[in-house]
Design a protein. Structure first.
Length: 120
């Protein structure tokens, strides 16, 4: 048995009640948030000063403008296609809703159903 396996076997004894506490959803979420905050601060800590430089914003704007101009036709086509797909989806959902409403109104015994408080 190597040292890693020995350490893994002794970990529950060394941790005590920490293992049970870490199983609680609130504690797990807090540990994930703290880890994410520490990782983000470590990764972005050195680059924050660079991001505050106005020349970085100018360069990013120029690059974005160039790419928008270069791929303008493709972007317009993709947006038009997405808009058309969204319109088709909404029309399909409206048809489904109309079908459901018609089905519930024409169901046998619909007239004998008790009225809801809003209908009284």
């Amino acid at each position: 048995m190597n040292m890693i396996e020995q350490a893994a076997r002794q970990m529950p004894h060394m941790m005590g009640n920490m293992g049970q506490m870490a199983q609680h959803p609130m504690a797990g979420g807090a540990m994930l948030a703290a880890g994410g905050y520490a990782a983000g601060k470590g990764l972005l800590g050195a680059g924050v000063g660079l991001l505050r430089n106005p020349l970085v914003f100018v360069a990013a704007g120029l690059a974005a403008g160039y790419l928008l101009h270069k791929y303008e036709k493709e972007i317009v086509q993709a947006v038009a296609q997405a808009t058309g797909m969204g319109r088709d989806l909404m029309l399909h959902q409206k048809e489904n809703l109309d079908d459901l409403i018609a089905e519930t109104q024409s169901a046998p015994g619909a007239a004998s159903m008790p009225a809801t408080p809003a209908q009284e």
